[in-house]
Design a protein around this ligand. Sequence first.
Ligand code: GCW
Length: 675
Amino acid sequence: EEDGYQLWLRYRPLQQTGQAQQQAQTISYAGKASPTVRAAIDELRRGLQGMTGKAPAVATTVASGAIVLAKAGALPQGFSADGLADLGREGYLLKSASVNGKRVTVIAANDDIGLLYGAFGLLRALDTGKGLAALDERSAPKLQLRVLNHWDNLDRTVERGYSGQSIWNWWELPDIRERQYVDYARANASLGINGTVLNNVNSKAEILTAPWIAKVAALADVLRPYGIKVYLSARWSTPLELKETTTADPLAPEVAAWWRAKADEIYRAIPDFGGFLVKANSEGQPGPQDYHRTHADGANMLAAALAPHKGIVMWRAFVYAAEKPDDRAKQAYDEFKPLDGKFAPNVMVQVKNGAIDFQPREPFHPLFGAMPRTPLMMEFQITKEYLGFAMHMAYLGPLFEEVLKADTMQRPNGLTVAQVLEDTEHGQRLTGMAGVANIGSSRTWSGSHFDQANWYAYGRFAWDPQGDSRAFAREWATQTFSREPQAVTQIVDMMMRSREAVVDYMTPLGLHHLMDTGHHHGPGPWVDNLGRPDWNPTYYHKADKKGIGFDRTATGSNALAQYAPGVAKRWADPRTTPDELLLWFHHLPWDYAMPSGRTLWTELVARYDRGVAEAESLRARWEKLKPLVDERRYDEVAQRLDTQVKEARWWRDASVAYFQSVSGLPLPPGAKKPG
Ligand code: GCW
């Protein structure tokens, strides 16, 4: 039964099983197989068993029809692996070749982990219809750190998690190592994810105590063969809270000494521990500013403790505080831009996607391209806190792609966000991407079948930030749902339109943060009574009798000045601001004339209507797919699409009614009546 547990690693039978069997009779590896190489061989056997009906035997010699795993230096004689050295430790090459007159398929890499990634690459190629006969692929990750951030608490609740409890069964660790951890590792390795932060950024001091380090070490042991390092979120005030220091001032010698000793203790248990992720001085979390020190003072102190062990610090730039009355969208830039060049080399600044907060649409963060002397990491949110949880279909590939392709205009010839992350100008510096995980212990891992695609797309973009969201959707749908071209086309088309539908029925035309308080599910544009103004939706839309929108130009908060002049100039004028971002940057009268010829009010209502119509169309398209999808998954998705339609209407009706109550305007002719 298709319950979703297998993710995209289902390995269903191919049509031409005979041919594939011929080409995959044996798996050959000459050396002594490390745990990583064993994982590669096991995965190939599992995948080929599924797809061809026969698991190849394992051999140390090369026969015709072999899949040959080979590292540089031990390549089969006569096989030329041009450019292998350029692919680095994690890259791989897949090539069908003739070696001493024998037809073989070679997976070549510089290191064991490259062989594992290559094995997954070969299985993906086969699964998506490429065939082994003319295989010729090379691939290497463009970012060094490809990391998941779990917002998992130590009691197994998950902040903003919609997929059941945390998969980390802390109570039973370190003794019990569940099989699911291995499947987690396989799924991540299939995408090239090579790091995982196990606990919530709103972290607890206990995680750094000995019993918890032992639990973390057990997980590290399971994940290690799959090339995945573990990291922990560190609470700034840990030593103080554990009463082992008298302060948490980063410049106090006792504090630095405590962290050094703590790092030594962790590395004794986990020699390849990745390092710390830190949320400091944000949303009430403690941090170095409590001691009038900077983020750099804090990050560098931790970095010094980790450096002898080659660990790193990922310091989040997601900072804002109620005491700072300025536009929340400006605070990260204001605090971090002056620190450019002040961070130790093993520190990365992790910048959230969106200067507000993972909204269905935000302009790219102004820090990208603005801190050339600091390695910047992208933080995407895979879990859909603001996009209908796991109840709405919203494929995030296009959201990731839109941001990564955005031109920061920080160089005369352009500089996209993806290029900032890849940082090719500096070469040796750290590069990376983080994704807030949508993984839990639900049978589907991600709370719904289609939310698995967001994990998948995140991993693929972390490997290649210049990738293509439609291609990733095709790969995912083919491996997960069906190889039937008609089904794939339909499913991919649904996925590609789904995020824009959510934007339309929740926050069209650049509106943002209108979700109801606390849980962030469902509309709450009327909410204006929270203790903190920066949590009130009314603060973000500023609608009144005359107009709507947040003025971030020079006449308003001037957040625009944080962007490069080319961008700032384009977005300063509503006429040259794309519709999608209009009310993010401008406060405009209700009768403002839109490029469509409609007034702003009429356009706004039309967008809400369009969002609902798209949700309805997602459901109708799914109904047509019924004959092509297995019953269980058909039904589970159908229930969610019904809910999405209902909630899209709720969003539209509530939002339009509320804005009408403020503007006093009648429903435009042709607009859908509530109900
Ligand atoms: O998006 C907001 C969430 C918080 C989260 C915070 C953050 C982990 O509502 O739940 O806390 O961002 O990113 O730190």
